[in-house]
Ligand binder design. Structure first.
Ligand SMILES: Nc1nc2c(c(=O)[nH]1)N[C@H]1C(S)=C(S)[C@@H](COP(=O)(O)OP(=O)(O)OC[C@H]3O[C@@H](n4cnc5c(=O)[nH]c(N)nc54)[C@H](O)[C@@H]3O)O[C@H]1N2
Ligand SMILES: Nc1nc2c(c(=O)[nH]1)N[C@H]1C(S)=C(S)[C@@H](COP(=O)(O)OP(=O)(O)OC[C@H]3O[C@@H](n4cnc5c(=O)[nH]c(N)nc54)[C@H](O)[C@@H]3O)O[C@H]1N2
Ligand SMILES: [Mo]
Length: 816
């Protein structure tokens, strides 16, 4: 019998140490429902995880037509059998009794059950009416980073080629818009340069605003296994909080929130001043170095200390670490992306690699991370507003190419300006020009900034809202039509993780009641609208996941994200495979997708976000080099003052996913982090007279939230709120007395000018104690929310959370 382990208490499982350049050993994690033995399982159905962007390959255990557990796939390049806590326990949410099983429509102010025909007819009638009277600009679509590639591609074709509306975006705007923008600015095109296998080779790994231990637990296990082996890498952690990442780091920089660009400029200043740069690489493969050198000339460690609140000596140590690396891997995530100079700061990480000539070789990679599982596909397929295949809306040849593939007139495809971003769509809905908003796979009433305003917009009588979800969420509650969707395990589709690994995720069981796959819903809409191409044929000519995928393969062919070699048969046989077929790393030859005729974007001004245009781009970069873009630091928009003296940041905990619609319905996960808390430093706790567990009120200019205090190692002057806890009861049933607890009651409507990603990680706040606590806060003790106080009981899952970890298998030995 393989050993078992409580993976709530020990989220990263057993160590399997390895040395640089060795393959990561296999460890197969599995978790089956109570009383079910492996021999009881009828079928194992191949899938991959949909609760983060790591793309962990797994098989779903099916018994009597029901999901009864999961097991990691040993042979897969991404996880080699490992699964994280959300993967292991999260599937239980599928069979929650409160799944939506029939469509709902609003009648006399109330949502009442109906049939599909009635619900779809309402949507189609409203669409036609709006098209006739107001044109396509009255229609908006707000989708997700959690559906499948086939679904995004279909929705994108409907919106762009069928209806002709520019108002299509994903919640990826809140998530990975900056990753895409930073890649476009530096390399001319989206597309992840690095590979997860860079962890196997790197001697220095730098994490910029990325709490990998909690948000990509399996990737963090890979790092831990390198750290436990011979010749371990050294880590740089840039995060105002402490946690497993900072504790494992050789250097931890805890900057003031919102000063990332100043910090990066300081690091680059040191790297350049010490000549830790690869002149040959710079000369052969880049443009813009002189501008960068000038831009960071005054960013000495002392200046950096003043702005960022990080000791000058630590800046020097960090610069020595990255400047002396032989194989440097960097990862970037929300600590950088959800800030006011997000793209400008993320681009400096790319610059660090360009300066050092560290790209396209084993161990030398940048991972401008994704967050959501399928965010990559939202971007590739153009459901984030961009055009599919990373095509450039400002390049008429790209538009003509798409028009040919879709067989529509080029003028049908909206391309007269940048696509409408999510917060702008909300603004149009508020002003009344968007009159129908179709929301799929996202819960904006909780996840968009300034919740009070979002609720008001979604509830506006003039706005017809469609919500397509699994549950009656806070958002669905405000809808005019609610469509019950099938989800992971109940439908087949393809998706791509943060390192370009594509997985086929197959249907294991039937969806509950009348719930339907998102693909079927979009196809039904296209059919009912009778969308046609220019020869009168059906615009959307595919009928199922397989034919939708083939259509996407044709659309992506010849573009950087070329799926043409990745047939379903290949994915079935091999598990995870990277695009383009078997390309471990992009840019191995120092050639980029940045040639003016190829590139996805002609670039933007990093300070204002203004598109720079083709002429300027051709002059700057005529021949496909990487672009070194620089920018001066500017202070955050809402600095602390007397009334709001603290800096509020928001984010995640290991056990929950976003608005918890799935994780609150998985008992082990919900029990591990039952209720909202606020993290503060010991110094602030003393000053404010707050003790562990005390009930506090957090206030900003937007609103207030009640949360129990957790005193942690966070930077003084900074407080942290997890954003998982909605304003409305979920089956967790744990909302205390109706006091607001959602982080986004507090956040501002504001965004990075280049990527248009909202600023969830800055803002001024006040914290006061309102009542003594009845015990410690319900915050996990295992990671960044670990208490300073020793008497807090550790977070454990007990018997119900025991997971089998099999270390006896070899890669290939257990693939299905
Ligand atoms: N457990 C779990 N895993 C998840 C998710 C989840 O909800 N739960 N969601 C997935 C998704 S969609 C995403 S986008 C990713 C997000 O993954 P991460 O980006 O790792 O998660 P966050 O908690 O949003 O933010 C990361 C860190 O940024 C730090 N930070 C805040 N402000 C600043 C700043 O100004 N500068 C710097 N340098 N750091 C700062 C915070 O202290 C925090 O530790 O996680 C994915 N994985
Ligand atoms: N304050 C603050 N706010 C944030 C962030 C932060 O760090 N701080 N992070 C931002 C980030 S990075 C992200 S990614 C967003 C996430 O924000 P959301 O996307 O709003 O959060 P989720 O809870 O994942 O919502 C996904 C919804 O889709 C449903 N769903 C799941 N699977 C399917 C399916 O197959 N089909 C359909 N139709 N529906 C499905 C779920 O039930 C759920 O209601 O939040 C953002 N908001
Ligand atoms: Mo995200």
């Amino acid at each position: 019998m393989a050993p078992s382990r409580d993976r709530i208490a020990e989220p990263w499982g057993a160590r399997t140490p390895y040395r640089p350049g060795e393959p990561w050993p296999v460890r197969v994690d599995s978790f089956l429902a109570d009383g079910v033995q492996p021999a009881d399982v009828d079928r194992w159905v191949p899938a991959a995880s949909l609760l983060h962007s790591n793309g962990d390959a797994m098989d779903i255990a099916v018994r009597d037509g029901r999901i009864v557990g999961v097991r990691g796939r040993a042979g897969d390049r991404v996880n080699r059998g490992r699964l994280g806590p959300k993967d292991l326990y999260g599937w239980q949410a599928n069979s929650s009794r409160d799944r939506l099983t029939e469509p709902l429509v609003r009648v006399g102010g109330k949502l009442v059950p109906t049939d599909w025909d009635t619900a779809m007819s309402r949507i189609v009638e409203r669409t036609r009416e709006l098209l006739d009277v107001h044109g396509p600009g009255a229609l908006g679509f707000y989708t997700s980073g959690q559906l499948f590639l086939e679904e995004y591609y279909t929705l994108g074709v409907i919106a762009h080629a069928g209806l002709g509306t520019p108002h299509l975006d994903g919640n990826t705007r809140l998530c990975t818009a900056t990753a895409a923008a930073a890649l476009k600015e530096s390399f001319g095109c989206d597309g992840q340069p690095g590979s997860y296998t860079d962890i196997d080779h790197a001697d220095v790994i730098a994490l910029f605003g990325h709490n990998m231990a909690e948000t990509q637990t399996v990737l963090w296990s890979r790092v831990l296994d390198r750290l436990a082996g011979t010749d371990p890498p050294r880590l740089l952690c840039v995060d105002p909080r402490t946690g497993p990442v900072s504790r494992s780091a050789a250097v931890h920089l805890a900057p003031r929130p919102g000063t990332n660009l100043a910090l990066m400029n300081g690091l680059l200043h040191e790297v350049i001043a010490h000549g830790w740069i690869d002149r040959d690489y710079l000369h052969a493969h880049t443009v813009g170095f002189d501008d960068l050198r000038a831009a960071v000339a005054s960013s000495t460690p002392e200046v950096t200390e003043t702005v960022c609140g990080v000791p000058a000596e630590d800046v020097r140590r960090a610069a020595r670490l990255v400047g002396g690396a032989r194989r440097l891997l960097s990862t970037v995530l929300q600590g950088f992306y959800q800030s006011h100079q997000a793209t400008a700061a993320a681009v400096q990480v790319n610059n660090l690699h360009l300066l050092r000539g560290m790209l396209g070789r084993p161990g030398c990679g940048v991972l401008q991370m994704n967050g959501q599982p399928t965010a990559e596909n939202t971007r590739e397929c153009g459901a984030n507003g961009d055009l599919p295949g990373f095509r450039n809306w400002a390049n008429p040849t790209h538009i003509a190419d798409l028009a040919r593939i879709w067989n529509v007139p080029p003028e049908r495809i909206p391309h007269h300006g940048p696509p409408t971003h999510a917060l702008q769509m909300m603004r149009y809905a508020e002003q009344g020009s968007i009159r129908m908003l179709w929301i799929s796979g996202t819960n904006p009433a909780v996840s968009l900034p300034e919740s009070a305003r979002v609720r008001a917009v979604l509830a506006r009588p003039g706005l017809f809202t469609v919500v397509q979800d699994l549950y009656l969420t806070e958002t669905a509650h405000l809808a005019d039509v609610v469509l019950p969707a099938a989800t992971w395990g109940e439908k087949t589709g393809t998706f791509t993780n943060a390192d370009r690994t594509v997985h086929l995720c197959e249907k294991a069981v039937e969806p509950p009641g009348q719930a339907r796959p998102d693909l079927d819903i979009f196809l039904d809409y296209a059919t009912r609208l009778d969308l046609r191409d220019r020869d009168g044929g059906p615009l959307v000519a595919w009928r199922d996941p397989e034919s939708a995928y083939r259509a996407w393969q044709r659309c992506s062919e010849g573009r950087p994200c070329d799926y043409s070699g990745l047939d379903h048969a290949v994915l079935r046989e091999r598990g995870g495979v990277q695009w383009p077929l078997d390309t471990e790393r992009l840019y191995t030859d120092g050639r980029f997708f940045s040639d003016p005729d190829t590139c996805e974007s002609f670039g933007r001004d990093l300070v204002t976000g203004t598109p720079l245009g083709e002429t300027a781009y051709r002059a700057l970069n005529p021949s496909g080099r990487a672009i070194i873009r620089s920018a001066a630091y500017a202070p955050p928009h809402e600095p602390p003052d007397d009334e709001y003296p603290l800096r509020l940041i928001t984010g995640r905990t290991l056990y929950h996913f976003h608005t918890r619609t799935k994780t609150a319905r998985a008992p082990q996960l919900q029990a591990a982090a039952k209720e909202v808390w606020v993290e503060l430093s010991a110094a602030d706790a003393r000053r404010l007279g707050i003790a562990e567990g005390d009930m506090t009120e957090v206030a900003t200019a937007r609103g207030t939230v009640r949360a129990a205090a957790r005193v942690t190692g966070i930077r003084e002057g900074v407080i942290f709120l997890p954003f998982h806890y909605g304003y409305w009861d979920t089956p967790g049933g744990d909302h205390p007395g109706g006091a607001p607890r959602a982080a986004n009651e507090l956040t501002p409507t504001d965004w990075d000018p280049v990527s248009k990603q909202p600023l969830f990680k800055s803002g001024a706040a006040r914290l006061v104690r309102v009542a003594p606590g009845a015990g410690p806060a319900a915050a996990p003790t295992t990671a960044a929310s670990a208490p300073l106080a020793r008497e807090v009981p550790p977070t454990e899952g007990g018997r119900a959370a025991l997971v089998t970890e099999d270390l006896s298998l070899r890669p290939g030995g257990s693939v299905r």
